[in-house]
Design a protein around this ligand. Sequence first.
Ligand code: LLP
Length: 407
Amino acid sequence: MKLRSLDDQLLRDLVREHDTPLYVYHADIIRQRIQDLRGFDVIRYAQKANPNLGLLHWLRGLGLKVDTVSAGEVYRALKAGFTKDEIVFTADLFDHSILDILGRHNLHVNLGSPDMIEQYASIRPRQNVTLRINPGFGHGHDQRVNTGGPESKHGIWHEQLPRVLERAAKTGLSVSGIHMHIGSGSDFKHLSRVRQALSTAALMAADTVTTISAGGGLPIPYYPDEPAFDVIRFVQDWQETKSELENTLNRPLSMEVEPGRYLLAEAGLLLTEVRGTKTSGSIDYILVDAGFDNLVRPAMYGAYHHISIIGKDDQPTAPRVVAGPLCETADMFTQEWGGFVKPRPLPEAQVGDLLCIHDVGAYGASMASNYNARLMAAEVLVEGRSARLVRRRQTFDELIAQEIDLL
Ligand code: LLP
């Protein structure tokens, strides 16, 4: 069993005030995770994990910088108070909206495809840039989030780096950073290959490189019996890589890490109310008022999120399926990849019970949608005794605000 890190009474009070479904984030956990990574020179938050304005602002206050992947994320970062030199834009292509922004703001870019070089140089010549390298292998909890190897669209293929460096030099760009994001999993053998590949790439850009980035991809234990990630070893290993490179290059480097999940995931709970129970054939269902419009990871990746019911932690369990309100069979929080139902030992639930879906601080609210015309949930950041609303529930008027009726 996983413990809820926030007091049950507090969770009940928050639901009374903000209704369900409700995202609640526990600031202490985020602070602790940030602390774990202080061995890096820069912690660059990958805001795709949760781009909430209030959270971004708060994270900036803790000394984090930010990674952005779209014009909208840049807009959010600027609104949240990040200065231009605290923002990096990372992508494998420039769309027109981001080129427009880059034309107006001088942001550092991390280029994942060769054609971006000339496109960027034509609007901002003589700049420092970072190159994101695909080292030819990858890692991920699902093939759809594997970000290395030939089947991943991400990054500049490692064998093309010499040619890409020539192209950069020709346009007047200087390659000051080498970046790799392929997810480390908890496999340190794999991590050592990543570190080796990053060093090789950094040495190819030896004349100009000043920054290396380990990317993100640090795992968290989603299952209750899963061991925690050995973050101390992770930091030490990267520090070793950094000092070896510094010795070879004979100058100091800055080393970045770019996590999203590791910082936020475990801090988040999705609170949802039980609205019914039923049995179909041999399967017992608990029906709740959150759906995959709120949290899509189980439906999209077959991802496991631990589930608990407030006030029932010590009650006997039986296999049960937790499903939401959407008109889709895939709207289940207990499923395997491929959409197969996976009943899970859970206590008996009654209408009105509060169910908690755990570890949803990253890629929960950020991947939410308005499917079935459901409203986006509210989000609350709890710090000490204060609970601050960082997003209020959407309204029906907001739901249709951009649409144009044909009267
Ligand atoms: N940096 C880059 C360039 C990335 O592409 C990503 C994630 C990160 C950093 C942060 O990765 P993290 O530390 O959060 O693992 N929606 C999926 C995750 C997709 C991640 C894509 N890139 C999920 O729900 O698991």
